[in-house]
Design a binder for this molecule. Structure first.
Ligand SMILES: [Zn+2]
Length: 262
């Protein structure tokens, strides 16, 4: 089994010590590929550096909706220039998107998301989309732009109808620890009923711990439990699920194979 954690923040401080040793441990478990989405200009250099230093790491570059207000003037021009330089290991734009929860500042979120969709279209890259309490608005924006490369709705939570809408727009659904929670019924049903090809695996480490592990930092090792839960939920064999997901990951991120083979 060779799994890709399509969304993990390995650049966060909690992973700083001993990353090489931990990567080797996760690889032994079957998780050998990682996509690190950037969250803002302040960590672009760091995610690029990790891909340089360690095998199996690719990354996205973008601005997370939480950090829109913290960016400085000209950030989009600098992102554009960086993308144009075709840095090694780059596989996506993100993470970007909308978070419509009241505790998150809303100012500039839509404009920044739309600007990053335009960049994805210009550079023919998939988008890694953060969509919290925003599925219908995100779908509406994506329908307007129709980015040809599509991408992934990371940490998908929502109904089967919303899942189908994203899939029709060329977006896969990032499936993580959410499916370990009994109360996430609607999402579990959607994940069970969608075509397997529409799904990707992710942990969102160090966030989104599995049920029973709340309070501890999540790690890519959780991907093993997540793929087992997914196979159970869908009543499919683990081997079949893992092999379809491997294919889908390559289709969603066409540059991944080259990015991680240094
Ligand atoms: Zn994330």
């Amino acid at each position: 089994m060779q799994l890709t954690d399509t969304h993990c923040h390995l650049d966060f401080p909690v992973f700083e010590s001993d990353l090489a040793t931990r990567l080797a441990q996760w690889r032994q478990l079957g998780v050998g590929e990682y996509i690190i989405p950037a969250v803002g200009e302040e960590n672009w250099t760091r995610v690029m550096g990790l891909a340089e230093q360690h095998a199996g790491i690719a990354y996205g570059l973008g601005i997370h909706p939480w950090y829109v207000g913290a960016q400085t003037e000209g950030v989009l021009a600098r992102l554009h220039a960086l993308l144009a330089s075709e840095p090694h290991g780059l596989v996506a734009i993100g993470e970007c998107g909308l978070d419509l929860r009241s505790q998150v500042p809303q100012e500039g979120q839509v404009e920044m998301f739309e600007a990053q969709i335009r960049l994805a279209m210009e550079f023919d890259l998939p988008l890694i989309v953060h969509s919290v309490r925003a599925n219908d608005t995100v779908a509406k924006i994506l329908r307007r732009f129709k980015p040809a490369r599509g991408g992934v709705i990371h940490a998908f939570g929502g109904s089967l109808q919303q899942a189908e809408a994203f899939w029709q727009l060329g977006f896969r659904l990032g499936i993580g620890g959410v499916i370990s929670y009994e109360r996430a019924n609607k999402t579990r049903e959607a994940v069970r009923d969608m075509p397997l090809e529409a799904l990707l695996l992710e942990t969102d480490a160090p966030d989104m711990p599995l049920q029973g592990q709340q309070g501890e930092p999540n790690t890519p090792a959780s991907l093993i439990t997540i793929v087992q839960l997914l196979a159970q939920l869908r009543e499919q064999s683990l081997a079949d699920v893992a092999s379809v997901l491997h294919e889908s990951t390559r289709m969603a991120f066409p540059r991944l194979g080259k990015a991680i083979n240094t």
